[in-house]
Design a protein around this ligand. Structure first.
Ligand code: UD1
Length: 348
């Protein structure tokens, strides 16, 4: 069977790199487009060591229309894309919203316009559970039919706007554009080889990188943002999904678009990607400590503005329709995060 070529924008990023590895395993040829604004070329070496093949890399900023159009002229046989290239720091998006609107919206608009002008195209979009805000109790766990709520940050708004853009474009170009929007819950962990993983720039804002840095002694202690929420132990609840499981969902989405596995019912589909299990911040700390036999000192601190209290996924649609499941045991996930942290700190 002829191998299908897939453009992976943001393919040198955290989730992108893991997805490139899974695509390789599943017989797809990835072409990475990345401007390396939040990643480095070392990631490409990591991918090469894992797959045994140097990944095809194009240093392109997707907000640059001409540069992206040129890429498609060099790769005329690409009609599938997975679009990761976007900024994702919630706090920064509040202080610098224009950076987020410019980057996240224009990249997507360019991609849609360039791909559809050449012919039939399919785009897998990297979305987020942030589109659901804080779901009411009767919508927990969250299915795809839960009402969307106004996003709390410009970052979240860009995810909602991008979904709207994709919906309108796919409705208007029914014969030309197919879309699968994947709404991620909280991606964590690293490839078991520890050759690729999450590289937070500066002080990490996300929980797992902060936990790992605290265990490594880089941070003195972790702040648990709030223990007075209406949850069993008072800390916030999230659905932490292993990045390699998440990467596999992108392959499953492509298999559906390419009709290797089923056929799309509509030309835009949405899937929630999570484990179906909610974990509190305190439970995560405890699991990390026990899985790795390390200490993680923490203090209870005031709530973080904008945090939702609890959200976890109902992944049954993705389980059933995509034939995909996040099934890596949480202990292995925590171990992968620690192995990666030790590697980047030179502790092994
Ligand atoms: C949010 C978005 C998610 C987005 C991500 C990008 C929601 C529900 N989720 O994730 O869609 O992709 O940002 O960054 O809006 N915590 C601490 N101490 C820390 C760090 C975090 O207690 O030092 C707690 C937070 O308060 C939260 C949990 O850990 O309860 C997870 O936080 P984080 O990893 O930042 O992810 P979200 O805010 O859930």
């Amino acid at each position: 069977m002829k191998r299908i070529k897939v453009l992976v924008t943001g393919g040198a990023g955290y989730i992108g790199a893991h997805t490139v590895v899974e695509l390789h395993k599943s017989g797809y040829d990835a072409v990475i487009a990345d401007n390396l604004s939040n990643s480095s070329e070392d990631v490409l070496t990591g991918i090469e060591k894992i797959t045994g093949e140097k990944p095809v890399f194009e240093r392109v900023d997707c907000t640059d229309y001409n540069a992206l159009a040129d890429l498609f002229l060099r790769h005329k046989d690409i009609s599938y894309a997975i679009h990761f290239a976007a900024f994702k720091a919630v706090g920064e998006s509040v202080s610098d919203p224009m950076k987020y609107y410019r980057n996240n919206l224009i990249s997507l608009i360019n991609l849609i316009e360039i791909m559809t002008s050449a012919g039939e195209s399919s785009i897998v979009f990297s979305s987020s559970c942030t589109v659901y805000g804080q779901p009411s109790a009767n919508y927990l766990p969250v299915g795809e039919d839960a009402p969307l709520q106004p996003a709390q940050s410009p970052y979240g708004k860009t995810k909602q706007m991008c979904e709207d853009i994709l919906k309108d474009a796919s409705q208007a170009m029914k014969e030309r554009l197919k879309v699968i929007s994947l709404r991620y819950f909280n991606p964590v962990g690293a490839h078991p080889s520890a050759l690729i993983g999450e590289l937070p720039m500066g002080v990490p804002q996300n929980l797992l990188p902060f936990v790992a840095q605290t265990a490594a002694g880089v941070r003195e202690f972790l702040n648990v943002w709030g223990d007075d929420y209406n949850t069993p132990d008072g800390s916030c609840i999230r659905d932490y999904i292993y990045v390699c499981d998440l990467a596999k969902a992108h392959v499953a989405a492509l298999d559906r678009m390419t009709e290797r596995n089923g056929k799309m019912d509509e030309n835009i589909e949405y899937y929630n990607l999570g484990t179906g299990r909610g974990l509190s911040v305190l439970e995560v700390i405890d699991l990390f400590k026990r899985a790795n036999s390390v200490d993680v000192p923490f203090k209870i601190a005031p709530r973080r503005p904008g945090d939702v209290e609890q959200v976890w996924a109902d992944p049954s649609k993705a389980n059933k329709v995509l034939g995909w499941r996040a099934d890596t045991p949480v202990e292995s996930v925590m171990q992968s995060a620690w192995k990666w942290e030790k590697r980047i700190r030179g502790m092994e």
